[in-house]
Design a protein around this ligand. Structure first.
Ligand code: GDG
Length: 481
């Protein structure tokens, strides 16, 4: 096997001197990449005037980073526009929030072509390419058009809605069939695979079977699809949480909170269901006066994408709701909600999860949701907290022993909060055991290896299913493989 190319929208080059640490994806891929020469390529995170944009190569140990700056126009059209105002809402089932323009789609395709040009400068025939997430859907097609016949895989970190929603995306037929130029397309859950398989069948005429089990794949045209649910570094995270208990920061927080802690940690994003969650907590307080003064809800919500209008509006809405709960229910000695936009260190988060009796993770839709998994890993096995999890998070498929709730139904979430807070220790311990076992069964250390194995596996002829429509195999390279 040649070198491994990882391609993702953002590339955070670790720089210990400036305190830039490895990003989430880099931690996830660490064990996969450690025995290989690897090249990571994507956006530098910098926006510059067009004439000053450049591509730089930086080496750190066995990893080479190739990062490109984006122009103001690229950033607006590719990143803020098509990726975050069309693909993000639609793939999270929010057609109502999508704002499509042809100009943004053109910018999105242009930046993908640019990344393909940069890859072409350094790609060798036996290199393996692994592309990440919704920013880069057409990248394999752009590479095939440049003559590359390498193995190319794609992993989508966010959900796939049913075809009834996908087909409402203007120009979906220009974009989504390009996924067929990958050798392997991985999703978070079997539900996502099934939705995509239905799209292929109804829109492109590929009779796709749905993979029989998570981690198995199925042949679709010249590519394969499969579910590869992302995990976390379970034992390392558990150890970090146990250590963090003794930190001065944590002791100070715990001392300052009267009674039990309910915790939520989410980027400020409409997919996370924060407004509905605050409504549910308000319903809980209204229905359970005995808990007044004895429970505090800590919501840690670092800001994201603040330049997009929906995000700025949401910030005002959440501020207002949190303030309203505090003024309606709180008093001088008790603040029912502590809501902050401050980011915290991973250590601090681990300690806070462990100190919280309830993890309240209720996205309206989420590809996976790693916070739910981190909350479970952080618990004391002898006296664990209770995870309340949205049934619409990808993680719910694995974390069945959580209290699964419908985030659109605030009264039922309120009842789950009351139930979690008074759950007997034996039930908490039994649920925690089951949850922790499911984390161990799907630890992040094997995620990348599992994907790579499926990507590099030789596919038997019998597994190939020919497409009815020629649009799938638009590039001759794809058909020839
Ligand atoms: C996308 C998909 C999928 C949060 N606040 C702080 C902080 N975090 C960390 C959490 C967790 C990560 O950020 C968030 O991951 P999630 O999975 O919960 O959500 P997204 O950011 O939306 O991620 C998602 C994921 O990709 C992976 O495939 O699970 O469905 O939407 O690790 O701990 N970390 C630090 N300070 C904070 O304040 N250090």
């Amino acid at each position: 096997m040649g070198r491994i190319f990882i391609i993702s929208n953002r590339v955070a080059v670790p720089d210990p001197k400036r305190g830039v640490q490895a990003g989430g994806l880099e931690v996830a891929l660490r064990s996969t990449l450690k025995n290989h020469t690897s090249i990571w390529l994507g956006w530098s995170g910098e926006i510059k005037p067009q004439e000053q944009c450049e591509t730089r190569t930086i080496t750190r140990g066995s990893m080479t980073y190739i990062v490109s700056d984006l122009s103001e126009e690229d950033y607006k059209e590719y990143y803020s526009g098509f990726a975050n105002q069309v693909l993000w809402p639609i793939l999270h089932y929010r057609l109502d929030l999508a704002e499509f323009t042809r100009r943004d789609l053109t910018g999105y395709l242009r930046v993908n072509e640019h990344f393909a040009d940069e890859i072409t400068k350094v790609l060798e025939p036996d290199d393996i390419v692994w592309v990440h997430d919704y920013h880069l859907i057409p990248l394999a097609r752009a590479l095939r058009e440049r003559g590359h016949r390498n193995r190319i895989g794609f992993f989508l970190h966010i959900p796939v809605p049913p075809p009834e929603i996908l087909t409402a995306m203007p120009n979906h037929d220009r974009l989504l069939p390009a996924l067929c130029d990958y050798d392997l397309v991985g999703f978070q859950t079997q539900g996502d695979c099934a939705n995509f398989a239905r799209y292929l069948a109804s829109e492109i005429g590929i009779p796709a079977r749905i993979p029989g089990a998570t981690r198995s794949t199925t042949g679709v045209g010249n590519m394969r699809i499969g579910a590869f649910p992302v995990g976390i570094e379970t034992e390392e995270f558990a150890a970090m949480a146990a250590r963090a208990q003794d930190s001065n920061f944590l002791k100070r927080v715990v001392r300052s909170v009267p009674g039990e802690i309910v915790i939520g940690v989410d980027r400020l994003d409409y997919s996370k269901g924060l407004a509905q969650r605050l409504d549910a907590y308000q319903d809980f307080l209204a229905a359970n006066p005995d808990w007044h003064g004895k429970v505090t809800y800590l919501q840690i919500t670092p800001k994201s994408r603040s330049n997009i209008p929906e995000y700025a509006e949401m910030q005002t809405l959440i501020d207002t709701k949190a303030g309203h709960i505090n003024s309606s229910f709180g008093d001088v000695s008790w603040t029912p909600v502590r809501y902050t936009n401050q980011p915290y260190s991973r250590n601090a988060l681990a300690g806070l999860y462990r100190a919280a009796r309830v993890g309240l993770i209720t996205p309206l839709r989420d590809g996976m949701n790693l916070v739910a998994k981190e909350y479970v890993a952080a618990q004391d096995p002898d006296d664990p907290g209770v995870l309340i999890l949205s049934r619409f998070a990808g993680a719910a498929a694995e974390l069945e022993a959580a209290l699964l709730v419908n985030p659109y139904d605030p009264e039922s979430v309120a009842s789950a909060i009351a139930r979690a807070l008074s759950m007997p220790r034996e039930e908490r311990v039994a649920r925690q055991r089951a949850l922790y076992a499911s984390l161990q069964a799907n630890d992040i250390s094997i995620w990348g290896a599992r994907f790579m194995k499926a990507l590099t596996r030789k596919v038997g002829e019998s597994e190939r299913v020919e497409a009815r429509s020629s649009s799938v195999s638009a590039s001759p390279q794809t058909r020839a493989r």
